[in-house]
Design a protein around this ligand. Structure first.
Ligand SMILES: *Cc1c(COP(=O)(O)O)cnc(C)c1O
Length: 360
């Protein structure tokens, strides 16, 4: 029986990548060493890191005036590094509140400045993206931060806010590389790797050059983007194995036609799953506004929540793992990142239809 893992993160990795990593685990390219055993300053690892960076830049067409940094500390550390580096003497920054991850970013920003919440979807349980013409933006904000895919609520922006001269900052942790993105519209993009890139331990930051080098006085060296930009992300020991794995995923994406091709598959996968939910005559429900439904994280509830336990148990028996919804939302959540094949979504949909027939 095929096993499909719908975890929100750490999450499924491409089977081909895991197989390649296994083959290279003990002896990387005849070097006699595992990647885990290499000096990060040796020629072998430098070539791994350089290839990973150039592949990432190619996949997302990152303009030359942006740095692509490979950091640690997760997306959570970016909640602090962004105000520390991007406030540049200003007292306030704009934030959009679309759910759990926005709230955490806002909470942390308030330690460094006054975070101005320009729009919120709290009134309807974070089930939609507030229309741009309702946002109360501040022209003097140091930057505007938003969460372009809310992993827990399953709410995704399918448009990019136009903030004019105010640098736009996007938390893309759970949908980076799932679709093309116009990097030049952003001042900074960040993503923890463990959703749609690779193993935990690596955080990707793409930041425009002019936003580097103005960190607040007293900023710890490790929290200053300049430190990492000036040293090719090798100021200290980077998460070498996670970078290697991310590099293999980048190559896998390139072999499959890059992010534009990936987007088409993701549209097909999400369409299949939402279609099954919507066609279930209310047996399953997705609480998210149709126009803002995430292609990556699909939350759904059973009309009769007393069946939740039975649904999860039987799903597991069918090889469909980690479908339990986040504790703050309840119900189910299927995360269908790049590495989830269409067959996995089809298997889930088949099971859901069968379950509804038996219990409807
Ligand atoms: C998972 C996630 C985070 C937190 O990531 P960590 O790497 O655990 O710090 C932040 N934002 C979003 C959108 C996420 O999905």
């Amino acid at each position: 029986m095929a096993i499909y893992n719908f975890s929100a993160g750490p999450a499924v990795l491409p089977r081909e990548v895991l197989t390649q990593a296994r083959e290279e685990l003990i002896d990387w390219h005849g070097s006699g060493m595992s990647v885990m055993e290499m000096s990060h300053r040796g020629k072998e690892f430098i070539s791994i890191a350089e290839t990973a960076e150039s592949d990432l830049r190619e996949l997302l067409a990152v303009p030359a005036n942006y740095k692509a940094l490979f950091l640690q500390g997760g997306a959570h550390l970016q909640f602090s590094m962004i105000p520390l580096n991007l406030l540049r003497g200003k007292q306030t920054a704009d934030y959009v509140n679309t759910g759990e991850w926005s709230k955490k970013a806002i909470g942390e920003a308030n330690k460094f400045c006054s975070a101005n919440v320009v729009a919120s979807s709290a009134d309807k349980g974070f089930s939609y993206v507030p229309a741009f013409d309702t946002w109360q933006c501040n022209k003097d904000a140091a930057y505007l931060h938003y969460t372009s895919n809310e992993t827990i609520g399953g709410v995704e922006f399918n448009w990019v806010p136009d903030t004019g001269d105010v640098p736009l900052v996007g938390d893309m942790s759970s949908h980076i590389l799932s679709r093309p993105v116009e990097v030049a519209k952003y001042g900074l993009i960040y993503a923890g790797a463990q959703k749609n890139i690779g193993p935990a331990g690596l955080t990707i930051v793409m930041v425009r050059d002019d936003l580097i080098g103005q960190a607040a006085p007293g900023t710890p060296t490790m929290l200053d983007y300049k430190t990492h930009a000036d040293s090719d992300s090798m100021y200290n020991t980077p998460p070498t194995f996670a970078i290697y794995m991310a590099g293999l995923v980048f190559q896998w994406l390139k072999q499959r036609g890059g992010v534009a091709a990936m987007e088409q598959t993701n549209i097909a996968k999400a369409g299949l799953l939402y279609g099954a939910i919507d066609a279930s005559s209310g047996f399953y429900n997705c609480p998210v506004a149709v126009s803002d439904r995430s292609r990556m994280n699909v939350p759904f509830t059973l009309q009769d929540s007393s069946l939740d336990g039975e649904f999860l148990k039987q799903a597991e028996e069918h090889g469909l793992l980690q479908l339990k919804g986040h504790r703050s939302v309840g119900g189910m959540r299927a995360s269908i990142y790049n590495a989830m094949p269409l067959e996995g979504v089809q298997a889930l949909v088949d099971f859901m239809q069968q379950f509804a027939r038996r219990h409807g």
